[in-house]
Design a protein around this ligand. Structure first.
Ligand code: PYC
Length: 316
């Protein structure tokens, strides 16, 4: 058998949403800004993403992270995030997973770390209790009260907002957000995503539905549909950033006031913001959450394996 080492990975989950961090192996992406390295990853090494994200090694739910040397010596590392269908600008739950992985490896200590992503530098603070606060890229609402009409004629109104990825946020959808209803929520969100993306806004990658949390000590519950049609098991760090931007713009949340965002699983992030530019509605959001390590694996490639590069439309 001619097995080749593909990568060594550490898996974790943040509020139920998994992160797979490549700690050994991975493509040669050269140097320079993370944005440029991401383009090279996409253009020349997408087979690596598919190999470690898709079945049979991975699953639709996984978010992957490749660590890169920082360009600026003041920063701890660069990170590129990806999933079952492509690449992410930023990932909040993933950053928390990366932090806990780096701490496990002894590569970082408690305190504040600056991380380079394709959409900007974020900071992540590892607290003494193991939780992590991620101060995300500047976030803002791009459009308010945008109406969409789905293929079946149902109409929804929501906001388009940036939180490191693009979101369409809908509160008035007529559904309760319960785990047993995930299939229907996925179908509905997918139709909404199709409808909003037919309207010429920046490409909305995630759709976020909001509802009332079952217990009164959280502010909100969400269901977040990711670009590859998997739902986010966590409350979504970039999605919570987009939500904070909308709350701030509507004057519904004061700077530094905590916002407890619950996922459809009931896992929680605490969000806060400060104004970066109030006149333009730009905030600096901080999201706090906890990740748990689940394993370390050495992944192999057998060149004779017909599904070595993952099961995808081109592989069957
Ligand atoms: O936490 O930002 C996030 C995220 C994006 C996609 C899945 N999780």
């Amino acid at each position: 058998m001619n097995l080749q080492a593909l990568a060594t990975v550490i898996d974790s989950h943040t509020g139920g949403e998994p992160t797979r961090v490549v700690i050994e192996g991975g493509p040669d992406l050269g140097h320079g800004p993370m944005e440029d390295q991401l383009k090279r990853f996409q253009r020349d090494h997408d087979a690596f993403r598919r190999s470690i994200m898709l079945e049979p090694r991975g699953s639709d739910v996984l978010v992957g992270a490749v660590l890169r040397p920082a360009n600026d010596p003041a920063n701890t590392a660069g990170i590129l995030f990806f999933n079952n269908v492509g690449y992410l600008g930023m990932c909040g739950h993933g950053t928390i997973g990366v932090m806990i992985t780096l701490a496990h490896l002894g590569r970082i200590q408690q305190g504040i770390h600056r991380l380079e992503t394709p959409v900007g530098v974020v900071t992540a603070e590892l607290h003494t209790d193991g939780s992590v606060s991620v101060t995300n890229v500047p976030s803002y609402r791009h459009a308010t009260g945008v109406r969409v009409v789905c293929a079946d004629g149902k109409e929804f109104t929501g906001d388009v907002a940036w939180g490191g990825n693009w979101f369409y946020l809908v509160s008035d959808h007529g559904r309760s957000l319960e785990l047993h209803d995930v299939e229907a929520l996925t179908g509905l969100s997918w139709e909404i995503r199709r409808a909003i993306n037919a309207q010429g806004y920046p490409l909305v990658d995630h759709v976020e539905l909001f509802g009332t949390p079952p217990s009164g000590d959280a502010n909100s519950r969400n269901f977040v549909l990711c670009p590859g049609k998997a739902y986010d098991r966590s409350p979504c760090g970039t999605g919570t950033s987009a939500k904070l931007a909308c709350l701030a713009a509507d004057g519904k949340l004061a700077p530094m006031e905590p916002w407890i965002q619950e996922s459809i699983l009931g896992s929680r992030f605490i969000g806060r913001y400060r104004w970066m530019d109030e006149s333009r509605g730009i905030i600096e959001p901080t999201i706090t959450g906890t990740a748990y390590l689940t394993g370390e694996s050495r992944l192999w490639m057998d060149p004779s394996d017909p599904f070595g590069e993952g099961i995808h439309p081109g592989s069957a």
